[in-house]
Design a protein around this ligand. Structure first.
Ligand SMILES: N[C@@H](CCC(=O)N[C@@H](CS)C(=O)NCC(=O)O)C(=O)O
Length: 201
């Protein structure tokens, strides 16, 4: 199998972290591509034009990071990322949806800011920023309920916060009101030094 990813993509980072925690590095070759430049037919094969995408040896492809992470989790019982217990599963899926939703809003802001200055829609940026702040406040209350055992919740929230540091430092998400979240983030990367290797650039 081949994972097509871009080094700046937070969605790709989630999958790369899932590969690491599932110990699937030897099964999956990781290939860098630029979804804005590369021809999908010749590279990532995702008709939506986005990374990450996972290509099987027979040439078929799956895309969308939650789907790929879920698939990887089913490949091996090592370090289960999505719990089978219903209430734990709901916690993990909620955190994943929260992390991915913040990412979508952050990614929208980044894209909007790339438009020529005269046509940037500031009101939309304001709306997405409010959504991010509200969701971070939600995550702040949520984070103490996460178990120590690494799950997709950890991967999604960590990748999202890393992306905010990378692309939207002006948001200053590490404010005093988000003490639990910022402490969790710092501790998580200390406990798992590998994850810094996937830092976006
Ligand atoms: N929902 C998708 C989002 C993927 C996505 O938007 N990837 C960005 C890179 S961060 C991309 O490939 N953008 C290229 C484009 O939109 O043309 C997922 O979770 O995988």
């Amino acid at each position: 199998m081949k994972l097509f990813y871009s080094t700046a993509s937070p969605y790709s980072r989630k999958v790369r972290l899932a590969i690491h925690f599932k110990k699937l590095e030897n099964e999956i070759e990781q290939v860098i591509c630029n979804p804005f430049v590369d021809d999908p037919e010749k590279s990532h094969k995702n008709p939506l034009g986005k990374v990450p995408s996972l290509i099987f040896d027979d040439g078929s492809v799956i895309f969308d990071s939650p789907f790929i992470c879920n698939f990887l989790d089913k490949l091996t019982p090592t370090n289960q990322l999505y719990p089978t217990d219903m209430s734990e599963w709901i916690t993990v899926k909620t955190a994943e949806a929260l992390g991915d939703g913040i990412l979508d809003a952050a990614y929208n802001i980044v894209m909007e800011k790339r438009r020529p200055k005269e046509i940037v829609f500031e009101k939309l940026i304001e709306i997405w920023t409010t959504e991010i702040k509200r969701s971070l406040a939600y995550a702040e209350k949520f984070i103490p309920t996460l178990s120590k055992k690494v799950s997709q919740a950890h991967i999604a929230l960590y990748s999202t916060l890393g992306y905010l540091d990378f692309r939207l430092p002006e948001l200053e998400w590490r404010s005093r009101e988000l003490k639990a979240l910022s402490t969790w983030f710092d501790e998580f990367q200390l406990e798992h030094p590998f994850i810094k290797e996937t830092k976006p650039y």
